[in-house]
Ligand binder design. Structure first.
Ligand code: ATP
Length: 148
């Protein structure tokens, strides 16, 4: 379709999403990048961060914890280490994982353990943020925004 770009998001476990969107933003190696149809081809690694899919008036949020992305002018293919859409994130699990990691970080871990624990903390914080986006969307359904 004119003006849209195909997106596939795959993890080692499953095909999470195969869709056509107006724009996708993703956490590339050089920061959050927005991709529209016609983008120059590129390959990039992915950071721990948020994938945002813009489709008409809809916006979808996905938590991703690293991987690679291939951009072609008409298609974006994401091979993610892990990826969860905002509606399937278990916030209690993420909160528990965060508490565990914080406890281990506080207990003077071996130096080589520290970056591993810090990455785990970033994943849990991200999952909590993306899960909240889903709740925010549900709460705003049927309500009009009021400016403060
Ligand atoms: P945990 O200690 O809770 O497993 P983790 O950060 O170690 O957290 P990962 O290794 O990143 O977990 O992910 C393992 C698998 O579990 C992946 O398939 C990932 O998509 C899924 N996953 C992890 N945390 C959550 C969550 N809070 N909600 C839904 N799926 C999750």
């Amino acid at each position: 379709m004119a003006g849209t770009i195909a997106v596939d998001i795959v993890t080692p476990e499953r095909l999470l999403l195969s869709d056509t969107v107006d724009m996708i933003t993703l956490p590339g190696a050089l920061g959050q990048m927005g991709i529209l149809r016609g983008h120059a081809p590129l390959l990039s690694t992915l950071e721990i961060g948020e994938i945002i899919l813009h489709k008409g008036s809809e916006t979808e949020f996905i938590a991703v914890s690293g991987g690679v992305v291939e951009v072609r002018p008409d298609k974006v293919t994401i091979l993610a280490d892990t990826a969860e859409s905002s509606d399937e994130i278990d916030a209690e699990r993420a909160q528990a994982a965060l508490a565990r990691t914080e406890k281990m970080l506080a207990e003077n871990p071996a130096p080589q353990q520290r970056p591993v624990l810090e990455a785990a903390m970033r994943r849990s914080n991200l999952r909590l943020k993306v899960a909240r986006r889903h709740q925010g969307r549900r709460h705003s359904e049927g309500l009009s925004y009021e400016s403060k």
